[in-house]
Design a protein around this ligand. Structure first.
Ligand SMILES: *Cc1c(COP(=O)(O)O)cnc(C)c1O
Length: 409
């Protein structure tokens, strides 16, 4: 009976006993926040993505905000963001007063492309937008954009690249012909931002990470995540306050040179994140296997249903298993399909409503024509996809789609 089967969400965490034990150890220790688990989590993440610096923070959104601040984006600047992404990719720019230039995406993959980036730059120039100082490519679903080509265009424009890599933990390969490197290594970007929300590939409850190769950016990110303050004596600006008569730094003294936030990630969360990182190879393997199995099982539903186009230049650890459905040809609306799936205990989700269509942004920038984003949005649906799901779960999803789309529901 379908009713007796567990509900399958589109994504969920997998927490094992050793994850729980790792968190319990921190709870029994002296450090709930600001302690050694933070350093250990950052060091291990940096090692895995081959980046010299990794800065943990409260969540992916905080990471994007910190990256925008560290890049000195603000009033009088704008930045290019693909329309198909989560709200936070655009919102982080508004947090700092910068304007958003929405770019179109490839309708088959949902990704920002060199062409859609160029088109957004041309539109920004034509409309007299504030100078474009950054671009935030989003590795949607875990597949990378052609970062090499996007970085080349950005260099020409004098804009920096901040990767929204929230979906792409474990993915490698950043452009056609480029030497393969993990997402987060930042050889074609200034910074990459990750999220450890429970639906993402590894979780720390809530959590985020910003990676960079630039020591100065790393230092700024660390300062900004903790109120903009420093206790490092060699950075003190006001010597009369910072140092005693004998020239030694005053033990109580700290300085705030710029406005920052409390975006720290507690040791409790870092311990969970570190424990989860050890499972990344296993999670990745499982996601690869499930994706390949979906690909072959769903082939019979083509051309009405197809998986999103795969980037040829990356070896993705998919965060989402997204398909594109021709709802007109199928004779069913997306809402009706989602409801019919839910009635069978199967979750699904739409990633994403193009951000430029949100009332806030429409009011700010007017109605934009981004046909690739519209086409992607009209057809996309994310199916249940997480390491703990079984092949029987997957069969259930495929059979349900088969019967609903064949009109035999
Ligand atoms: C999850 C996500 C974020 C935000 O991460 P949080 O940790 O939830 O704040 C940003 N961008 C994208 C593309 C995401 O999927």
């Amino acid at each position: 009976m379908a009713e007796a089967q567990p509900f399958l969400p589109y994504g969920r965490q997998q927490i094992d006993e050793d994850d729980i034990a790792a968190v319990a150890r921190v709870l029994r220790s002296d450090w709930l926040t600001g302690g050694p688990a933070v350093d250990a989590f950052e060091a291990e993440f940096a090692r895995i993505v081959a980046a010299p610096f990794a800065v943990a923070c409260a969540n992916g959104t905080a990471g994007l905000h910190l990256a925008a601040l560290a890049a000195r984006l603000g009033t009088g600047a704008s930045a290019v963001v693909p329309a198909v992404t989560f709200l936070a990719t655009a919102n982080c720019l508004r947090y700092v007063g910068a304007e958003v230039v929405f770019a179109d995406v490839d309708p088959a993959s949902g990704l920002l492309t060199p062409e859609t980036f160029e088109a957004a730059l041309a539109r920004a120039r034509k409309q007299g937008a504030a100078p474009v100082k950054a671009v935030l490519p989003v590795h949607l679903g875990g597949q990378t954009c052609d970062l090499v080509a996007i970085a080349e265009i950005a260099r020409r424009e004098g804009a920096i690249v901040i990767e929204d890599a929230c979906h792409a933990i474990g993915t490698s390969g950043v452009g056609p012909g480029a030497e393969s490197e993990p997402v987060g290594a930042c050889r074609n970007s200034a910074m990459a931002v990750f999220s450890f929300h429970p639906v993402k590939t590894v979780t720390s409850g809530e959590g985020g990470m910003v990676t960079t190769r630039d020591a100065e950016l790393a230092a700024r990110l660390r300062r900004l995540r903790s109120h903009g303050m420093t206790r490092e004596a060699d950075l003190f600006e006001i010597e009369a306050q910072g140092f005693g008569a004998d020239g030694s730094p005053n033990p109580w003294y700290y300085e705030m040179a710029e406005m920052g936030f409390n975006y720290r990630l507690p040791d409790i969360n870092c311990a969970l994140g570190l424990s989860q990182l050890a499972k990344l190879p296993r999670f990745a393997e499982r996601r690869r296997r499930l994706a390949a199995r979906y690909d072959s099982l769903l082939a019979r539903l083509a051309p009405v249903l197809r998986p999103v186009l795969r980037s040829q230049w990356c070896d993705p650890v998919l965060h989402l298993y997204a398909v594109l459905i021709d709802f007109a040809a199928a004779g069913i609306s997306r809402g009706a399909l989602m409801r019919a799936l839910a009635a069978r205990g199967i979750g699904s989700q739409v990633h994403y409503i193009p951000v430029h269509r949100q009332p806030y942004y429409r009011e700010r920038y007017g109605t934009l024509a981004l046909p690739g984003a519209d086409a992607y949005y009209e057809r996309c649906l994310s199916l249940p996809f997480f390491p703990a799901m079984t092949e029987a779960d997957q069969d259930r999803v495929v059979e349900a789609l088969d019967s609903i789309l064949a009109g035999r529901a």
